[in-house]
Design a protein around this ligand. Structure first.
Ligand SMILES: *Cc1c(COP(=O)(O)O)cnc(C)c1O
Length: 463
């Protein structure tokens, strides 16, 4: 290094000196040396790249910023104003307070997760939810795994390893996130036996396919699409009768699996596990965090001997739920004891049944807050929109709702709406809307926390 022309690098302080500065030493006191040391090294490396304007204050401030950024939670609450109630990317069903309390109660210490308190010996983690699931579905036995994809995989592997699984060509579903039935089937060690055609499958198609190698008849709920027109599918009652006659179990993957008849709340009817089992299905599988409104889980209910085989599969151990999830699920199932109260007490269902009038009134109430925030950058008005249920549930059915429409002023074309959407995502509580026809739409269906909304937009609710 030339002494005549000292490189700017040589003006950078040594790591140990930075750690000794009072501001930085205070950070070490609070957060520990290792983390602050990382921040100091990163900060000095950044200055080495761009040394203009380097000084001690700027370095110390940079270190503090980095420490804050490292420690900021990565996953945090957002406001889901996308209009999709069960949004997989935003965590699906919001949990009721009963579930949060139950999670906190068992999460912070030991619990009787697998411990029989009466006999003082080992129990089964399914015990906490099995009787509830049987009561609510009419099944004989039940078990729970991580999610419904796992439930399907485990069921196939437990009941039809190295055997054929008969599925209608109209039901070879892809759910998204790489869940494709044919792939799951081969990973489960089963051979897919497709029958029928995309639009029509008859009982005779299944009957012809059943042979010595058949392990299972599978019906999959076409939860994210609908085949319309000249169609035919075999109802569960008929398929189950065929299965009984030929001694092959019949399983239905229901996808969402609501535990109440949603039509009682004015929503489109979605097939329930109880209906499928009553029609003769030997096992059904469904998600915990779709229409059920609970935590992520995959539920398997039905014949006791088949559930026993599923539970006895060593793969079950790799897919089991933890105590916190089971506590949340149990708490949500308890809310279904009174079907009339479900629309009030289960948040996912409550959001789905919200009336358009109620949503519209809220949109008008909050419009000035958003208009103030937008200032001159966008016009804000209230427009009618359609919400979606989401997560593949009831895919074709839309719910009338209202949205705040933020239309950027001036450069209406180009990236102005995307820039506005980004500003909304950068609010203290990120607000997630959707861009449509040159504007950002904030569908108010899922907004229950008005205080959080006001806070996100930087105002406090008037007293
Ligand atoms: C959603 C869905 C799945 C996957 O369930 P996850 O709980 O997301 O794992 C499987 N099958 C059907 C029919 C579904 O709708």
């Amino acid at each position: 290094m030339s002494t005549a022309d000292p490189s700017p690098h040589s003006r950078l302080p040594a790591v140990d000196r930075v750690l000794g500065w009072p501001v930085v030493a205070a950070l070490v006191q609070v957060h520990g040396r290792a983390l602050v040391l990382d921040a100091v090294r990163e900060e000095l490396a950044a200055w080495r790249e761009r040394p203009e304007g380097v000084n001690d204050e700027a370095i110390a401030a940079g270190v503090a910023e980095r420490v804050k950024a490292i420690l900021a939670p990565s996953q945090r609450p957002v406001l889901n104003l996308t209009g999709t109630v069960l949004h997989t990317n935003l965590g699906r069903a919001p949990l009721p307070p009963e579930a949060i309390e139950a999670m906190a109660a068992v999460g912070s210490g030991a619990s009787n997760l697998e411990y029989d308190l009466d006999r003082g010996r080992r129990g089964d983690r399914d015990d906490h939810i099995e009787s509830w699931l049987c009561r609510l579905t009419g099944g004989e036995a039940a078990t729970v795994v991580n999610n419904n994809a796992a439930a399907v995989l485990l069921t196939l592997n437990s009941l039809a390893l190295r055997r054929e699984v008969v599925v209608s060509r109209g039901e070879l579903i892809e759910i998204g996130g790489a869940f494709r039935l044919p792939d799951i089937m081969s990973r489960a060690g089963c051979r897919l036996r497709e029958v029928g055609t995309t639009n029509r499958t008859h009982a005779a198609d299944y009957a012809e396919a059943i042979g010595e190698r058949t392990g299972l008849l599978l019906k999959a709920h076409t939860s994210n699409y609908r085949i319309e027109g000249f169609t035919a599918e075999v109802p569960m009652a008929e398929l189950a009768a065929l299965g009984r006659e030929r001694n092959v179990p019949c399983v239905e993957d229901l996808g969402s699996g609501t535990l109440v008849d949603l039509s009682r709340f004015g929503l489109p009817h979605e097939r329930t596990p109880a209906e499928s089992l009553a029609a003769g299905a030997d096992l059904v599988t469904f998600s915990g965090d779709k229409l059920l409104g609970g935590p992520q889980a995959g539920i398997i209910v039905g014949r006791a001997d088949l559930v026993r085989r599923v539970r006895g599969n060593p793969m079950k151990r790799a897919m089991r739920c933890d105590r916190v999830t089971l506590a949340a699920l149990e708490a949500v199932l308890r809310l279904y004891a009174d079907p009339d109260a479900v629309a009030r007490r289960v948040p996912a269902v409550r959001l789905l049944v919200r009336s358009a009038e109620d949503i519209g009134a809220q949109a008008h109430r909050l419009r000035p807050t958003v208009a103030d925030w937008a200032g001159g950058s966008a016009d804000v008005d209230v427009i009618p929109v359609q919400s979606q249920i989401g997560s593949g549930s009831l895919p074709v059915d839309l719910l009338p709702s209202f949205a705040l429409r933020l239309a950027p002023r001036g450069s209406r074309s180009g990236r102005a709406p995307e820039r506005l959407a980004k500003r909304l995502r950068r609010l203290p509580v990120p607000v997630i809307g959707r861009v449509s026809e040159g504007a950002v739409l904030l569908d108010m269906r899922c907004l229950e926390e008005e205080a959080a909304f006001m806070k996100a937009f930087g105002t406090v609710q008037p007293a």
